[in-house]
Design a protein around this ligand. Structure first.
Ligand SMILES: Cc1ncc(COP(=O)(O)O)c(C=O)c1O
Length: 450
């Protein structure tokens, strides 16, 4: 005989404020549960903390709420969709908004990237892109092209594919031998050469040439794809050196290697364009996206692929599935409705252009923090910023952790941290006075953890 749910809950001592059961992702759980940073609401540029304070969102949640929070048109679209069609399978069936959203995303993508495969997160988007690359070569009789090349300090989510091509040590070292056949380009950061750069650093394009070394080592006939973030976000905001991405494209072309841009952060306006590919004038073979596609409101990710990749699969008997891949929630109706509404907001409010126009004021404000205690470097690009703080002796990551905590509790500001780097990426609806407020608050935070 099973206990009724509420009896069971009472039995286990679950109270509404019991924090034990939830194992928080990428979080110091014990410290959090002793003194939680609880969020109960949001509107536009702000979160509402559990104690009622308005907290400036300096991170667009997790780089995702590009249109700001709880925007009426997006909320209304999700509500209406939930009442009309809650779920429809995307395997062998379809619903109209999936096709409409795919067409809208394809129209924003550069060149002939004109087909969209939907997933539910950035991690799934990356695994999907890697699998498409492998299958693409396989069906063309080039099944020896199996190697996947990522980059040191790259972040491509947490699936086994993503951590294999990723280059963040802690995300890899606990998880065994990962995918076979992954190799890595060098990362593009040198404090010596690039400190306090605004936008793309002058130094570093030559680092793309390392792909030639990898090709010489393995032979191009064994390499399926190269995947990089145009701007490496989660490792601490590394803008691509001038000319770097173009050079990577050239080398991939020379050796027939597919090039994937992971635009999970850079997509949908973060660098002032629909995709970073447009900012850099470089057309990859696939673009992964997530986060900003529906301003972070409903889980969604996906891959935009070039026409030729899609068409390579469209062969054989027409009743046969062309790609054995997909997710129960691929193109979920709520995510699609939210996506269409978010793309309308981006377009109607000109948010990508706005990001471009504000880039200079943003860079001025964030770079004004130079000279504050422990500030080793500052980088800005689009509406993104990073401040590297000197680690505390023998406690790497503690200074930035304290900065995040103090910012939230005492200065009503939400920031992201990675190691001892503070990362900023506010919603793109921000105004000049919001920029000033973020910089002022951050200055106080940096002084507080000196
Ligand atoms: C470039 C990049 N790829 C993939 C991911 C993973 O996305 P998700 O957390 O939605 O799986 C992220 C998340 O930050 C990302 O920045």
């Amino acid at each position: 005989m099973s206990l009724a749910h509420d009896q069971l809950a009472a039995h286990k001592g679950a109270a509404p404020n019991d924090l034990e059961a939830f194992w928080l992702p990428f979080t110091a759980n014990r410290a959090f549960k002793k003194n939680p940073r609880m969020i109960t609401g949001a509107k536009d540029m702000h979160y509402i903390a559990a104690d009622g304070r308005k907290v400036m969102d300096g991170a667009a949640g997790l780089w995702c709420c590009n249109a700001g929070h709880n925007r009426d048109p997006i909320v209304a679209a999700i509500r209406a969709q939930a009442g009309e069609l809650d779920y429809a399978p995307a395997f062998q069936f379809g619903h109209p908004k999936a096709f409409a959203l795919a067409a809208r995303i394809a129209a924003l993508a550069p060149g002939d990237l004109d087909h969209v495969f939907f997933a539910n997160s950035g991690s799934e988007a990356v695994d999907t892109a890697l699998k498409i690359a492998l299958a693409y070569w396989n069906i063309q009789g080039k099944g020896s092209r199996t190697r996947l090349i990522g980059r040191e300090r790259g972040y491509h989510g947490v699936g086994f594919g993503g951590i294999s091509v990723g280059g963040i040590v802690n995300n890899r070292k606990f998880f065994g031998s990962l995918l076979a056949g992954a190799d890595h380009l060098p990362h593009t950061y040198s404090r010596e050469q690039q400190a306090f750069s605004r936008g793309e650093p002058e130094w570093g394009a030559h680092l793309a040439d390392d792909l030639e070394r990898i090709v010489a080592l393995h032979d191009a006939s064994t390499i399926a794809a190269v995947i990089v973030e145009p701007m490496a976000g989660s490792t601490g905001v590394l803008a691509p050196p001038k000319g770097y991405l173009r050079r990577l494209r050239e080398i991939c072309d020379k050796h027939g290697i597919l090039l994937v841009f992971d635009e999970v952060i850079t997509g949908f306006g973060r660098l002032g364009f629909a995709f970073a590919a447009e900012r850099y004038g470089v057309v990859p073979d696939m673009i992964t996206f997530a986060k900003g596609v529906n301003s972070g409101t409903v889980p969604m990710g996906g891959v935009v692929v070039r026409k030729g990749i899609y068409e390579a699969f469209m062969k054989g008997p027409e009743h046969v599935i062309e790609l054995f891949h997909g997710y129960t929630y691929s193109a979920h109706p709520l995510a699609c409705a939210a996506g269409l509404a978010a793309l309308d907001v981006y377009r109607d409010e000109g948010l990508f252009e706005r990001a471009r126009q504000l880039e200079g004021a943003w860079a001025d404000a964030i770079h004004s923090l130079k000279g504050l205690p422990n500030v080793l470097d500052i980088r800005t690009i689009g509406i993104v910023g990073a401040v590297d703080l000197a680690p505390k002796p023998d406690a790497v990551g503690k200074r930035a952790y304290e900065a995040m905590d103090v910012a939230f509790r005492e200065h009503d500001l939400m920031i992201r941290i990675t190691g001892d780097t503070i990362a900023l990426s506010p919603p793109l609806i921000l105004r000049e006075d919001d920029i000033g407020e973020i910089a002022d608050k951050l200055a106080k935070v940096i002084k507080a953890v000196a």
